[in-house]
Design a binder for this molecule. Structure first.
Ligand SMILES: [Zn+2]
Length: 326
């Protein structure tokens, strides 16, 4: 997050907004976020309508100009698949029409004349939680993003840990079961093949077939969690199994980064506190003695729909605060 941030002369006026842009394969969501974490303007446009990143950014600029929202901007945070935070480039993203290397941050700087940074979704969620959510007062915490896969964002000593190559926090790919389920990364037994929305569905399919239940209907993780909350025994078993796998993994990871808090983010985590409590239970039961009673598992306080925009925008505010404190 260093490369494209040169100014620490910002924040001179009282009113300022960060522009958060979340680029996905199908849609791009962008919005303006104020310093308190309120999303003031948000819009969704179809990514596939734009033949290049340049044309997409120019469209965003035109929309904001028309709304008279450009003047108060202090910077731009972008989240994108295969985004390299160190170079500010999208690199060989399989789900985007824009092929090869796309220098999206320098494009944005040319168009908006503002500092820009690129951040992955798991790290954006961590910064969002730090600026506006459950981890406001924490210097040592880890966010766990439970979506199609499992991502994590790690704060140690009040710093986001990105690693030598920008891949720190690929926690979804620690292998927790030898020769376990096949993972998209090409290996077997990765945590995200169990603890993610796809992992939950795989567990459900396994449990129903073990019980000789011919369950051909397609179910989503959300449906499974909803049914569990209403008392469905099979779905409760699935939720319990998922919580035990995740809780165990969090207990082990606590030995590495010694966090005070884990924040669970994403659809299945935010369906209610019941899952979070079970994860806490299994983590507590497996924690190293010196850490027992010292690590809290909580549910994210970011609203799911705005989280990507909030997180990317938060990363700009965070960077400005860090620069000003140096
Ligand atoms: Zn994997």
């Amino acid at each position: 997050m260093e490369f494209y941030f040169k100014s620490n002369e910002l924040f001179k006026s009282m009113e300022h907004f960060a522009l958060g842009i979340d680029i996905g394969g199908t849609t791009t969501t962008f919005g303006l976020v104020d310093q308190k974490g309120s999303v003031q303007f948000e819009k969704v446009i179809p990514t596939k309508d734009y033949p290049s990143a340049d044309t997409l950014l120019k469209e965003i600029e035109a929309i904001l100009k028309e709304e008279n929202l450009l003047r108060s901007l202090v910077g731009i945070g972008i989240g994108a698949p295969n985004g390299n935070s160190q170079t500010g480039q999208i690199e060989f993203a399989p789900n985007l029409l824009w092929k090869g290397i796309v220098p999206i941050c320098s494009m944005a700087m040319d168009i908006f004349h503002l500092p820009c940074l690129l951040i992955n979704d798991a790290n954006a969620a961590a910064v969002g939680e730090k600026m506006f959510g459950a981890a406001k007062n924490e210097s040592h915490f880890v966010t766990i993003t439970l979506g199609t896969g499992l991502g994590s964002g790690i704060f140690i000593n009040n710093e986001l840990v990105e690693g030598a190559h920008g891949f720190a926090g690929e926690f979804g790919h620690i292998r927790i079961i030898q020769d376990g389920r096949s993972c998209g990364c090409g290996r077997k037994g990765c945590l995200e093949t169990y603890a993610s929305s796809t992992g939950v569905v795989r567990t459900y399919e396994l449990f129903t077939s073990n019980a000789n239940k011919l369950n051909k209907e397609v179910v989503s993780a959300k449906e499974i969690f909803d049914k569990a909350a209403k008392g469905d025994a099979m779905c409760q078993e699935v939720v319990e199994y998922t919580a035990s796998i995740l809780g165990n993994a969090l207990a082990d990871f606590a030995c590495f980064s010694d966090p005070k808090m884990y924040v669970l983010f994403g659809g299945i985590a935010q369906s209610g506190d019941a899952f979070t409590k079970r994860v806490q239970h299994y983590m507590d039961a497996n924690l190293l003695k010196v850490l027992q009673g010292k690590v809290q598992v909580v549910t994210s306080q970011l609203h799911n729909q705005n989280a990507a925009v909030l997180g990317t925008a938060a990363s700009i505010f965070w960077k400005i605060l860090k620069n000003n404190n140096q």
